[in-house]
Design a protein around this ligand. Sequence first.
Ligand SMILES: C[S@@+](CC[C@H](N)C(=O)[O-])C[C@H]1O[C@@H](n2cnc3c(N)ncnc32)[C@H](O)[C@@H]1O
Length: 219
Amino acid sequence: MPVPHDIEAETELWDTFAESAFKDDAEPSFCWTQYAGHGPGPELLGNPRSVLEIGCGTGRALAFLARSGVEAHGVDLSPVMVKKCSERWADTGATFDCGEVLEWLADCQTTYDAVYSIFGAAWFTDPSRLFPLVAARLNPGGVFVFSQPPAIPGAYGPQGMYKGGFAGKAMFTYRYSYKPAVWERHLRRAGFTSVEADVVDAPTPGHIGTLLVRAWSAA
Ligand SMILES: C[S@@+](CC[C@H](N)C(=O)[O-])C[C@H]1O[C@@H](n2cnc3c(N)ncnc32)[C@H](O)[C@@H]1O
């Protein structure tokens, strides 16, 4: 049974996040994990001419790719975040759209060499609806890569999560958590021909690792 996403309420929540997470003095940077400088880098995207980041947040990863000559486009639910990104990263050539990822992808006519999410929309969106839409926007041989925290053992599927404390107005999102083998099954079902899902260990033993998933469309 699908969870009842309230996109208007989620937009308000992410607008609040944008006000605190966006730092005007931050520089472009690209990291799949929650630990700066840890884990693999943009090479996981192959050598793309064009990329789409879904749930691009602060836009730092897109700015990094745009500066290295990639045609870099992002979509994010938060109008506040998209306004900040569009102004801050204008000189890099990265471009940004505001939209809910499922609606935006359903309307999109462009295809990309790579689509990716770093703790972004792939974490907050039902994979059975998202993955077929992503697959349709990839060029032949294109890659879809995403990272996010691994599932907590025994807690699988959509996980409701309050934001901003447990008193006052109820603000919450849903995050989607599965074991790596289940992510792989979702991706194959969406038409990806080759898939890999693993957990990258944290730099400190016993700390939270990072789920890293890659899927390729047929060449
Ligand atoms: C944890 S933050 C982004 C992390 C990002 N990698 C960064 O560096 O800022 C998650 C982002 O996903 C966006 N998001 C959440 N649900 C979304 C949806 N359904 N469609 C598009 N964007 C979404 C939020 O607005 C937010 O900016």
